[in-house]
Design a protein. Structure first.
Lengths: 102, 398
């Protein structure tokens, strides 16, 4: 596993998400209402749409294109038209910095 | 045992087939579609492409098999016998217990001389034919959503595009005027030529002659003047039809064993009259309700209307039915804008236009506010410093 510093915790709004690009790939990093931080693959599994632009409510992110939804902690697809789960990646916070294992 | 039969394997019919299984129905489910191949999504057909018509399947064959859906592509239902509850197919027949008509809509045809030279744009086969033929200047007749999306798609390939519209402005049916104007301006900036208020005298192999006598040179003419609901089967079977197959609020037709949903259905409204909608989410939402009610449910269809359109890098989303006469409140949002519509203080609709999906989150929050029956203070609503999410939490707590 390759730990990479992605952003500062303060860069992400509470109950919000940001996009994180690394190498040729794109990820989404979420800050939950309880301030826990999570990372998933960046693109919806229905079409290639950035989930970081979607609505984060509780532990769910909703795709901005057709409202497919995922649990961003587990990557589980919760609502159609998304039916394939998202990949998730471990996250740790070190001195206010968000690090993800890619 | 006679099972559930669905006519039309578009977005609506296909979703309904799966929804029947999700509801726990374990009898036979048959999905009959006139088009060949797997069911596919129409919206990608007119969106920016990688050089050819996109065919995005709604589901794979494996998913149909796993759900035990008997999918019969390339097969047309020719008649419905309501007395014996039997369908006539080409060369065979099929009995049903409950029937869903999800036959969608087909392109309205031009009637001017040379109309046959204009290509339609509804199916994957249409899109493939258009994209192969679009090598030189193109004339698009009709400045609705499909015509405007196509203009953007073709400009993206460097093709000269002229849009000809009978009405005075583009997108006049579903898009609020100020957003239609913004999209129109963008098309002009991208080099699209427009002719408004123009009838067609005739179409010929080298272009279109307008009612004014002007000639628009084009090697390909596309007809995008809207669709008409596919009601022929229902009408012949004696079901009530109007601008669509008439249903009650539960999506049952005038025959209680037969339901209709999606682009072909005109659904009874609480205030009287029937309303027919043409959008991807409506097709799916109605499929869901129709499936439940085919199995004995008594749910009314009440989902808010929602649709999107993509033109160049701009994304449009509209939720609810914005109308003249409602109070409009505008919220600036980065490079885009969101308008919210209030009727007697009640939030009823929202529309937004901006780069990519930048307005999606706020439109979704607006939809949730509408569903929560919110009556926001217009001044607060207009203030970009107040997040819609905060308003929603307040509305839900109240
Ligand atoms: C190019 C294009 C772009 C679009 N873009 C958007 C968009 O961006 N956003 C949006 O919200 N909506 C969009 N739409 C609209 C959306 O695709 C439709 O509202 C939706 O497809 C309606 O689904 P439906 O299943 O009711 O009808 P349809 O998709 O029309 O499917 C009906 C099917 O029934 C079949 N059929 C008809 N009669 C018979 C018969 N007798 N026997 C067997 N089969 C039969 C037809 O062949 C057809 O395949 C777009 C539509 C088009 C054409
Ligand atoms: S792209 Fe995400 S739901 Fe369609």
């Amino acid at each position: 596993m390759n730990w990479v510093t992605a952003c500062k915790l303060d860069d992400i709004e509470q109950e919000g998400a940001i996009r994180f690009d690394h190498g040729s790939r794109t990820y989404a990093i979420y800050r939950a209402p309880d301030d826990s931080v999570w990372c998933t693959a960046g693109l919806c599994t229905h079409e290639a749409i950035h989930l970081s632009e979607g609505l984060v409510m509780d532990f769910e992110v909703e795709c901005p294109k057709h409202s497919g939804a995922f649990d961003y902690r587990t990557g589980e697809a919760l609502r159609l038209p998304a039916c394939e789960n998202l990949r998730t990646y471990p996250v740790e916070i070190v001195e206010g910095e968000v690090r993800v294992a890619l | 045992m006679n099972g559930m039969v669905i006519i039309g394997a578009g977005e609506c019919g296909t979703r309904a087939a799966f929804a029947l299984r999700e509801q726990g129905y374990d009898g036979p489910v048959t999905l009959i579609g006139a088009e060949a191949g797997l069911p596919y999504e129409r919206p990608p057909l007119s969106k920016p492409d990688g050089g050819q018509a996109i065919r995005k399947p709604i589901c794979e064959q494996a998913a149909l098999d796993a759900a035990g859906i008997d999918y019969r592509p390339g097969m047309s239902v020719e008649a419905i016998d309501r007395q014996t509850r039997t369908l006539t197919l080409t060369g065979s027949s099929l009995a049903y217990e409950r029937l869903l008509i999800a036959t969608g809509a087909r392109p309205r045809r031009l009637t001017c001389p040379g109309a046959k030279l204009a290509l339609d744009f509804r199916t994957h086969a249409d899109a493939s034919a258009v994209l192969v033929a679009a090598t030189g200047p193109v004339a698009i007749i009709g400045a609705g959503l499909i015509g405007m999306e196509l203009a953007a798609l073709l400009r993206g390939r460097g093709i000269k595009v002229t849009v000809i519209e009978a009405g005075p402005a583009p997108l006049s049916r579903a898009v609020p005027p100020h957003l239609a104007t913004a999209l129109h301006d963008r098309h002009i900036a991208e080099g699209v030529d427009f002719h408004f208020g123009q009838g067609i005298q005739q179409i010929n192999p080298n272009g279109v002659t307008l009612a004014s006598g002007d000639h628009v040179a084009a090697g390909l003419v596309i007809s995008a003047i809207g669709v008409i609901p596919d009601t022929a089967l229902a009408q012949t079977a004696g079901l009530a039809t109007g601008n669509g197959i008439l249903t009650d609020a539960r999506l049952a037709t005038s025959d209680p064993a037969i339901f209709a949903a999606g682009d072909c259905a005109a659904v009874a409204q609480p205030g009287g009259g029937h309303m027919r909608l043409e959008s991807w989410r409506n097709a799916r939402d109605q499929a869901q309700i129709a499936a439940r009610n085919m199995l004995g449910g008594t749910e009314d269809f009440a989902a808010l209307h929602w649709f999107w359109s993509d033109q160049y890098d701009l994304g449009l989303q509209v939720v609810g039915l914005p109308k003249a006469g409602q109070e409009m409140v505008t919220r600036p949002l980065g490079d885009g804008q969101i308008s919210l519509y209030l009727a007697d203080g009640l939030l009823v609709a929202a529309a937004g236009l901006g780069p990519g999906n930048s307005i999606a989150r706020d439109i979704r929050l607006a939809e949730m506010l509408i569903a929560a029956g919110s009556r926001p203070d217009p001044k607060v609503l207009a203030d970009p410093a107040v997040g819609l999410k905060a308003l929603l939490k307040t509305a839900r707590a109240a």
